[in-house]
Structures are given as C-alpha cells and as structure tokens.
Design a protein around this ligand. Structure first.
Ligand SMILES: Cc1cc2nc3c(=O)[nH]c(=O)nc-3n(C[C@H](O)[C@H](O)[C@H](O)COP(=O)(O)O)c2cc1C
Length: 336
C-alpha cells in the first residue's frame, strides 16, 4: 500500500502472524526502499515481498493535460499549496530492480504492468518469485507468457489503483473477483492470489473455494496501529460510505471513498499517470496535513466498512481462523 499506509512495522506484524508481509516500493526512491528492507529484516527473519510499479510506457499528451491543470488550480490555492510539475518518470525502475535482485526478498510483485521476460529471468536467477497483478484474462495470458510464478487477481472491488494495463481505462466497470477467479482459472494453471474486498474469514474461504491459493488484503489493515494511514482517512474508513473509481487524483483509475474532489473532478480527469499524480501530490499532502478529507485520495475497497481497528497480527490471525471455521461448516453441507 504505497503512498502512506505501508510501513516496515505493518509488514513485520503480518509476517509474525504467519502472513506474507509486503513492503510498498511505489513512489519511493530505491535507497528509501532499501532502508525499509533493512528495517523489516531487523524486525523479523520471516519471508516477505516487495511490490514494484511497472513504468507507464510513454508520457501523456501534454495538450490533454492543460485543461485539467487549469481546472484543479483553485484546489491547490485552497490548500495553500502549489500544483506540482506534470513530470513523467519511471519510479526509479532500474534502481529498484537492482535493489531487489541484491536484497532477494522471497517475492517481488508487480502492478501497473507486466515485466518483460528478461526482468522475470533476472529475478529467477536471484531465486525471487515474480508475481504479476492482473485484472482480466488477457493480462493473465500475458503475465503467464512473461514467466510469472503467480498472478495477483485483482477484482474491481479492490481499494487503490487498478493493477492492470490492458483494461478499459474508463472509470467505471471492471470485473468482479468471483468472475475473474473462475475465468482466469480456466485460462492458466498458475497459482492465483485473490484480492479485492477481502475483509474477513468468510471472504477468504470464498476465494479459496473459487480457485485462489491465497488472498491479498489491503483495506483490512488500514486501521491497524502499524499502518501509517492518514488520520482524516481513519475517521471515515469504518463508516458506510460509497466508493468509486476515479482518475482525478493520479491520472490512473483507482478506487476510494467518494469525496468532494472526486465528485467535482472525475469527469475532466485525463488518463495521464504519473503526470497527474505529481501535479496533485503537493495539494493532497497539504490536505492530509490540514485534515481536509474532501481534498485528498481516500483509497479503500468496496467492503471498507468492515474494517477493524486492531493490531495487524490479530486481524491476520482472525481472518485465517474464521476461514478455517467457515470451510469446516461448508464442507459439512450436502447438496442434492
Ligand atoms: C491505500 C491503498 C494503497 C495501495 N497501494 C498499492 C500498491 O502500492 N501496490 C499494489 O500492487 N497494490 C496497491 N493497492 C491495492 C492492493 O494491493 C489490493 O489489491 C487491494 O487493497 C485489495 O482490495 P481491498 O483494499 O478491498 O483489500 C493499494 C490499496 C490501498 C487500499
């Protein structure tokens, strides 16, 4: 969970509870990720993963950006901030690949794209498993062909950015997790890690029944004390509030709790990541500091109201124990 919630403490707590904790490498420089890997290794000897953003292939058309920049300029003024530069960058891609190959976490998972075959080969030579996030069957085939060891199957329920790269880029739509697990199961024999809307053991049991080998959770951990979730967002996560997918904050579709910024700017927002991410970054940071939850991204999955404010390790253990109990009950059911 790049951009705030992810911390070495959160990953360590998940690992200690028997989960596979992940560090978010996105938005950070490679040296900062290196420091987090070292902090996590000091806290636990358990295996862990690192999540890396695959760079956008090409910069966005600058003409398509200027109208949106004008539209949101008053938002920056309102927060006492400047708009950032519409920069294109690769999120320190090569340096992060070099870092993970040297540090050798158990898993590197990718989002926003599919690493090329030679990148996957490099990871394999370092004995690192490569997982790729997919949101449709076409992406599943591409990730399989690139040599991925497992697929993170992200349903449209998921909080945060959509991890796919071949999906329709509209703000709405997207395939639900159950349908995706079944269609992807038929398309590939790779192990599947289900993600999107999994907040409790019943949901974990459901995705295991539907063909997943494991589940990945995001929102479920956001109220834990180990997560660095913004205070103004914590106050809203457990409430019954609608979510939607928007490009307004980053120029890439992502799901969050509906707020004023989303309502006012989603329609005009271009597909332009990372340019829009850099443009809105200072105003979002100012809004977070000021506690103005109407002006920064409140990433959360559709089931966010089920979130619990408990230590991350307790949440992980509870999900696993509940899932075992549910699976026991379900296995006793006789269908005729
Ligand atoms: C705040 C937040 C940040 C996220 N950041 C990342 C990220 O950096 N990399 C990634 O692969 N997925 C990221 N995701 C998506 C999660 O990996 C996962 O797919 C999603 O949380 C699943 O849905 P859920 O939130 O309903 O559990 C993020 C999700 C949230 C809520």
């Amino acid at each position: 969970m790049a951009g705030g919630p992810s911390t070495p403490e959160l990953a360590a707590a998940v690992c200690r509870a028997g989960g596979l904790g992940f560090l978010a490498a996105g938005y950070k420089r490679a040296d900062a990720v290196g420091n987090e890997i070292r902090a996590l290794r000091e806290a636990t000897v358990a295996p862990f993963g690192v999540n890396v953003f695959v760079p956008t292939p090409e910069p966005a058309d600058p003409d398509g950006l200027s109208d949106y920049l004008q539209q949101i300029a008053p938002e920056a003024a309102r927060q006492g901030a400047e708009l950032g530069e519409p920069r294109f960058d690769d999120d320190d891609w090569e340096a992060k690949l070099a870092l993970v190959c040297a540090e050798r976490p158990a898993v590197v998972s990718f989002t926003f794209g599919c690493p090329a075959r030679d990148v996957v080969d490099r990871l394999h030579r370092a004995e690192i498993a490569a997982w790729v996030t997919i949101t449709n069957v076409e992406e599943a085939h591409a990730a399989h062909a690139a040599g991925a060891d497992a697929l993170v199957v992200q349903g449209t329920e998921a909080g945060g950015h959509r991890g796919g790269w071949l999906a329709d880029d509209s703000d709405e739509g997207g395939v639900g997790l159950l349908v995706l697990l079944r269609t992807v199961s038929r398309a590939t024999s790779l192990p599947l890690i289900a993600t999107g809307g999994i907040m409790d053991g019943a949901a974990l049991a459901a995705v295991l029944c539907a063909g997943a080998s494991a589940a990945q959770v995001g929102t479920a951990l956001m109220l834990s004390p180990e997560a660095a979730t913004a205070e103004a967002q914590r106050a809203l996560l457990a409430e019954q509030r609608p979510t939607r997918v928007t490009r307004a904050f980053s120029g890439r579709p992502a799901r969050g709790i509906v707020n004023r910024f989303m309502t006012e700017h989603s329609a005009g927002a271009p597909l332009a990541y990372p340019e829009i991410h850099h443009v809105t970054s200072p105003l979002r940071a100012a809004a977070r500091r000021r506690g103005d939850a109407d002006a920064f991204n409140l990433w959360a999955g559709q089931a966010h109201e089920l979130v619990q404010a408990r230590p991350a390790g307790e949440i992980v253990r509870q999900i696993a124990e509940e899932a075992s109990a549910v699976l026991g009950r379900v296995s006793a059911i006789r269908l005729r």
